[in-house]
Ligand binder design. Structure first.
Ligand code: HEM
Length: 427
């Protein structure tokens, strides 16, 4: 599905919620694999999400700043709540700020301002609503009634994100009228605005208008927040449940980077094999997108079975990652060491040779944010463990440890937000 027949199996069916405000019509997540989808993917990669951009002069300092921002937020939460930190909340705010700055070269503003809180809530609730099981998706005849109100609710939250994006667009357009030219690397918004005035620049017939701009930027924004944060939360949860693994990782970080180091960057990761193994093992057991639905664009035959045009073939990443024939007799156990033993070509992120480890999926629709996600998850998780020592709150320990249950929708997030007690490591 992801290799031999990938060309015919890359269609998507938009969830009903995404029909609100016409979002699905321009959404890179659900567009059919035609010119518009290709143009959006190329735009995202070329101007924001490629390794070259992320390691370049404009974005690299932003990524570094986001890691420091996370540590600052953890320290602030520690002080406000006697050491207890809601790990996901701190990471959420830092990642939102990062993505906003990356897209608009402007911050979200003071965290405590009503406007920032409103956007935080809108993003969090939009993602949560899009994850909810919706009867409209299973019984299309009932979709018009929107019985659970999910489409309306999603639409209200996304309208709020659109509004904040529109404000940035207006501000930028005013700025461009006043100051002509401008030097330095353009951000994604600048590139998209250039394209609105140069119709035809992109492949002949893909018009970039205000709808396309706000949908694409909303998609990138929401995709960043949920996935990176959830992976960091799962990794911390596993480490808190496996204190020996956490100590081993902290030893690696502190001995390789030195006891005075405050943060780590993605360029340090080559020297940190155990950190790499911990993150791979986390993504193996907790792939944030566990099921990838592929709609057949034409009738295809797979292993002697005809898959008619229009049918959906689900690729179950969760099951692929727990195959005992590949991962040994205890595939459900969190054992990062298993990645230290495997050859590098089996542990890459871009669709491994045997398709045994594919947390970002593979093929034509492979995750667009892979480079950003791998940079941020390594740098943020590594820095959290370098800067702080972590234990479980007493009441969580007394209740048998972390609640590892999953809330399953389009993505697989922790059902109960992770809380942990942090203590600064003195340097
Ligand atoms: C640990 C973090 C992440 C994981 C595990 C992950 C995983 C995935 C998976 C499995 C898919 C489905 C691919 C398919 O349909 O075959 C996907 C799609 C996508 N991801 Fe991610 N993702 C992550 C982070 C991100 C980030 C940070 C962004 C945004 C910058 C992003 C943007 C996208 C987009 C736009 C698509 C749709 C691509 C398309 O349909 O063409 N992802 N991701």
């Amino acid at each position: 599905v992801l290799q031999t027949h990938n060309g015919s199996l890359t269609g998507r069916t938009p969830p009903d919620a995404w029909l609100a405000l016409g979002h699905a019509a321009n959404s890179v997540f659900v567009l059919p694999p035609g010119r518009r989808w290709r143009a959006l993917r190329r735009l995202g990669t070329e101007h924001l999400l490629s390794a070259r951009r992320l390691d370049g002069d404009r974005l690299r300092p932003l990524l570094r700043g986001a890691v420091a921002d996370l540590a600052r937020r953890v320290s602030k939460e520690m002080m406000a709540a006697a050491g207890t930190v809601e790990v996901g909340r701190a990471a959420f705010a830092a990642v939102m700020e990062l993505q906003w700055r990356a897209m608009f070269s402007a911050g979200l503003g003071d965290d405590d301002s009503a406007a920032a809180r409103e956007l935080h809530d809108a993003a969090r609730e939009a993602v949560a609503l899009s994850l909810e099981r919706n009867v409209s998706d299973f019984i299309p005849a009932l979709a018009a009634a929107d019985l659970q109100g999910i489409r309306r609710g999603f639409g209200r939250r996304v309208a709020m994100v659109y509004q904040r994006i529109d404000e940035q667009v207006e501000r930028r357009m005013r700025g461009r009228r006043e100051a002509s030219g401008g030097s330095g690397e353009k951000d994604l918004l600048d590139v998209m605005l250039d394209m609105t005035s140069e119709q035809g620049k992109d492949d002949g017939d893909v018009t970039v208008d205000r709808d396309v701009i706000r949908t694409f930027l909303t998609d990138i924004f929401l995709a960043t927040v949920d996935t990176i944060v959830s992976t960091i939360e799962w990794a911390m949860a596993e480490l808190l449940q496996h204190p020996d693994t956490m100590s081993k990782l902290q030893e690696e970080l502190r001995s390789v980077l030195g006891s005075k180091a405050q943060h780590l960057e993605y360029s340090d990761v080559d020297r940190l094999p155990y950190l790499r193994a911990v993150i791979r093992e986390t993504l193996r057991l907790h792939p944030v997108v566990p099921l990838v639905p592929n709609v057949a664009e034409a009738t295809v035959e797979i292993h002697g079975h005809a898959v008619p045009k229009g049918c959906t073939v689900l690729v179950n990443l969760w099951a692929v990652h727990r195959d005992a024939a590949v991962w040994g007799p205890e595939p459900d156990r969190f054992v990062p060491e298993r990645f230290l033993l495997r050859p590098p070509e089996e542990t890459g992120f871009l669709g491994t040779t045997g398709f045994e480890f594919i947390p970002f999926s593979a093929g034509r629709r492979v995750c667009l944010g892979l480079q950003l996600a791998t940079r941020m998850v390594h740098a943020m998780l590594g820095s959290l463990l370098l800067r702080f020592d972590w234990t479980l709150p007493r009441e969580v320990k007394e209740n048998g440890g972390v609640d590892m249950s999953e809330s399953l929708g389009l993505t697989m997030v922790m059902a109960t937000p992770l809380r942990a007690v942090a203590k600064s490591v003195s340097v």
